[in-house]
Design a protein around this ligand. Structure first.
Ligand SMILES: [Zn+2]
Ligand SMILES: [Zn+2]
Length: 808
């Protein structure tokens, strides 16, 4: 979605696009000297959720200019990107042998450099000098009474330049003070817990599980952990020169660094780095913030050409930026951080790769070390278990095992759905289509290829062209559609519309193409060709509320059969980037809040200033069986596209007390909405959430009939045909395998119901049913063929997430 043209503004932030390729070109929190404008962080997070959920977003038409995309993937792709296992799991034999060798040589290698590198003391000397000046300056600031307002409205009295968020938390409860990670001042600026408040403010205290702004507290936690990782590497490796170390949206963090001539980092280094990191954690080193003038920064980092580059590049002459210290490490950084390293109870190095300074292959090669950390070591154990489980459930693996889909070099990023995969695809689409029928949506069909004039009108040509596949036809420029919205505007505008027709709900399963970078493609999660359950509602401003309520109802209906729960985030107007009428915005946001409060009281959050420039939006995050969050559904108000396409409807005219069409033309509001997002990506999510054990209604393999011996093959075939004719995916296993083997095969293939038939069944026109996961060895009770069929049809109709016949 809005990814590429946001990239230019993602100069720095706590957050970091998950995509390696993009991380390579982005400067980081560790290098950016600008004040962390909240907007930047949010744009970054948007860019990332856009990446994660590429297909959910309506349409990108922002006016932010687009930076050049990198020509190639400059870093080794993450396991998620290329399907390879994380290094720790790869080639265990080789690793073990190496480990032994390394340990021998490692015995003589001390854990830390001794003496420590000279720049440690030089850096600290400058730091101490300026810190003393700063502390003196702080002590001279006026101590005045201030009022701190907590989210629940409670007011606490404090003193300016003395009271810190941490002291307030301690005043409430020690457990709270120990749990929180970061504070947020005036709903806008993240604030170190031990940084004194300067004036009266609103204050929120966030812990590791606070969902605000896509779990920004976690990003702070992982960002802080990157410092600890950097510190460990500086303490351990000769010539370690730190580059860039951001947190990752998908969790964890990395640090890029160069090491003394020729030294690289491998799996054998992980334990040593972790050990030094543990020391840093044990020392509970406070994170201290200090603002320094540019010339002092250059002096402080004179040993490090990368940090020098960032200072020269990002800090204007005559201005200053901040550094943070933890233990011996002083790093160029805007913060904020956890109060001290002791908060990072558990830290593990998870993988490594190489990269380039600034992501450019012409520059120095970096060693990139990835880590994961948690405030509680139990969470690390859970995380490691989760990684194992996630690997087992990888949709690319299951897709291959169950023959659902495949890919070819001949069309990268475009799935080939195999017969079994297409069954799932069709069932999903049929489900949504039946809901459309019931909910007043009309399906439309619009072209795949449009003249660039359409994209110029919609704004895509100016802002999104690089993500589109373009082609010349009869000397005119055309492009494949990356989204359906402009086509639906053309349909709306194909004749005069009356207020009586509104709301008009156009739905389309149109094939969309987006030119995702090849390095970013990953199974069904990141593709170039996909279909959304996309719809656009054209309505009056007064109809927005009702449409929102029905959209919620629709969402609940769709997510329920998968056992998904969801959370909603409301993205509000960014004061620096918006179009339209302020009153309309305010009214729309108030409506959305009201709808959220009615639909999911207390279970939604606000993503401040995160709206696209054309209207506020709701993002729906699913939680799957592994408790992972996926952004799938989106509902987005759009005040811009109707303007750009000059869409209008004839409003009512008051005639003799009643309203008739014939009044003045008015502008409709457009609502973009999708529930599954891209069908491809949704299938990936469901595959992983169910571990390939499809609920009956969605299963491509519903009933298999197994004859106990050759004489019953004919009966098995008859039964299977009866079920097939009734609309179920049924088959008879007529192979020559043993009965035991056939049952085993059926279980592995995840057939929901396995029916065994022999003499008794034939005589009684019955079947012996076992369910997919039944461990029963002997025979189960026989059921009449018709009775079983009736139950199965009911089970399918009910879309039950559980495939049990006795439940219907
Ligand atoms: Zn749209
Ligand atoms: Zn930092």
């Amino acid at each position: 979605m809005h990814l590429r043209f946001l990239r230019s503004t993602v100069l720095h932030s706590l957050r970091q696009p998950s995509n390696q390729l993009r991380t390579a070109i982005l400067p980081s929190a560790h290098l950016n000297p600008f004040r962390p404008l909240p907007t930047f962080q949010r744009i970054a997070s948007r860019a990332m959720s856009a990446e994660a959920g590429l297909s959910t977003a309506p349409h990108p038409t922002t006016s932010i200019s687009e930076p050049a995309a990198p020509a190639q993937d400059l870093t080794s792709p993450s396991p998620a990107a290329n399907g390879s296992k994380p290094p720790k799991e790869g080639k265990p034999k080789e690793g073990k042998v190496k480990e032994k060798k390394e340990k021998k040589s490692g015995e003589s290698e001390p854990l830390e450099l001794s003496p420590p590198p000279e720049f440690f003391s030089e850096r600290i000397k400058i730091y101490d000098e300026y810190k003393a000046k700063y502390d003196k300056w702080v002590s001279e600031q006026p101590r005045e009474p201030i009022t701190i307002t907590l989210p629940d409205g409670k007011e606490i009295e404090g003193t300016s330049w003395e009271t810190t968020p941490l002291s307030i938390a301690k005043g409430i409860a020690t457990s709270l003070a120990e749990r929180i990670i970061i504070a947020k001042v005036n709903n806008q600026e993240l604030w170190d817990l031990n940084r004194p408040l300067e004036s009266s403010c609103r204050l929120a205290l966030l812990d590791f599980d606070s969902p605000d702004n896509n779990y920004e507290a976690r990003q702070v936690f992982w960002h802080s952990s990157a410092h600890v990782l950097g510190e460990a590497c500086e303490r351990r490796y000769d010539g370690c020169c730190l580059g860039y170390g951001p947190p990752l949206e998908e969790g964890g963090f990395f640090y890029d660094m160069s090491l003394a001539e020729g030294r690289t980092i491998g799996q054998d280094d992980y334990a040593g780095i972790e050990d030094v990191a543990k020391k840093a954690v044990k020392e509970k080193q406070p994170f201290e913030r200090l603002e320094l003038p540019k010339e002092v920064l250059l002096e402080m980092f004179k040993y490090n050409k990368y940090k020098q580059h960032y200072i020269n590049d990002k800090v204007a002459d005559g201005t200053s930026s901040t550094v943070y210290r933890c233990g011996p490490l002083i790093d160029l950084c805007l913060g904020p951080h956890v109060p001290h390293t002791g908060r990072i109870k558990s830290l593990a190095v998870t993988k490594n790769s190489s990269s380039y300074f600034l992501g450019d292959a012409k520059n120095d090669t970096f060693q990139r070390v990835y880590g994961m950390s948690f405030p509680d070591s139990k969470q690390m154990t859970e995380y490691k278990k989760y990684l194992e489980e996630a690997a087992k459930r990888d949709h690319r693996r299951i897709g291959k095992e169950q023959e659902l889909f495949t890919f070819s070099e001949l069309s990268p990023g475009s799935a080939f759905f195999l017969p079994m995969g297409m069954r799932i695809y069709n069932s999903l689409v049929a489900f949504i289509k039946s809901e459309y029928h019931a909910r007043g949506f009309s399906e439309v069909g619009s072209p795949n290829i449009f003249n660039s004039k359409l994209w110029e009108a919609s704004g895509h040509w100016q802002n999104y062209a690089e993500d589109m596949f373009k082609l010349k036809v009869d000397d005119e420029q055309y492009a494949l559609k990356p989204m359906n919205c402009p086509g639906h505007c053309v349909i709306f505008d194909s004749r005069e519309r009356s207020y009586r027709e509104l709301p008009l709900r156009f739905a389309e399963f149109g094939v969309l193409h987006r030119n995702e970078a090849s390095g970013a493609l990953s199974g069904l999660s990141r593709v170039r060709r996909f279909i959304q359950d996309d719809a656009h509602i054209f309505c009056t401003a007064d109809q927005v509320e009702a449409e929102m309520h029905s959209a919620f109802d629709f969402l609940k209906t769709v997510y329920e059969p998968f056992g998904f729960t969801f959370k909603v985030g409301l993205s509000t107007r960014n004061p620096k980037k918006w179009v339209g009428d302020l009153n309309v915005w305010n009214k729309a946001e108030a409506t959305l809040r009201d709808v959220l409060e009615k639909q999911m009281p207390g279970k939604w959050h606000i993503n401040e200033e995160d709206a696209a420039f054309y209207g506020p939006k709701l993002d729906f995050q699913l939680t799957d069986a592994l408790k992972r969050h996926w952004q799938c559904g989106t509902i987005q108000l759009d005040f811009n596209l109707p303007e750009r396409f000059d869409l209008k409807y004839r409003g009512p005219e008051q005639v003799a007390g009643s309203a008739v069409a014939g009044g003045a033309f008015q502008r409709p509001v457009m609502i973009h909405r999708a529930i599954l997002g891209s069908i491809e990506r949704f299938i990936a999510i469901v595959t992983e959430s169910t571990a390939g054990k499809w609920p009956f209604w969605l299963s491509p393999r519903q009933v298999v009939v197994i004859p106990v011996a050759a004489p019953y093959k004919e009966y098995a075939t008859q039964v299977a045909k009866k079920y097939w004719d009734a609309g179920l995916y049924a088959e008879a296993d007529l192979s020559d395998n043993t009965l035991k083997k056939k049952i085993r095969n059926a279980q592995v293939a995840q057939w929901n119901f396995i029916m065994v038939v022999g003499q008794d069944e034939l005589e009684g026109q019955a079947v012996n049913i076992r369910q997919r996961d039944d461990e029963v060895q002997g025979r189960e009770e026989t059921v009449k063929v018709d009775v079983a069929l009736e139950k199965m049809l009911k089970l399918k109709e009910a879309k039950s997430p559980v495939s049990k016949l006795d439940q219907v």
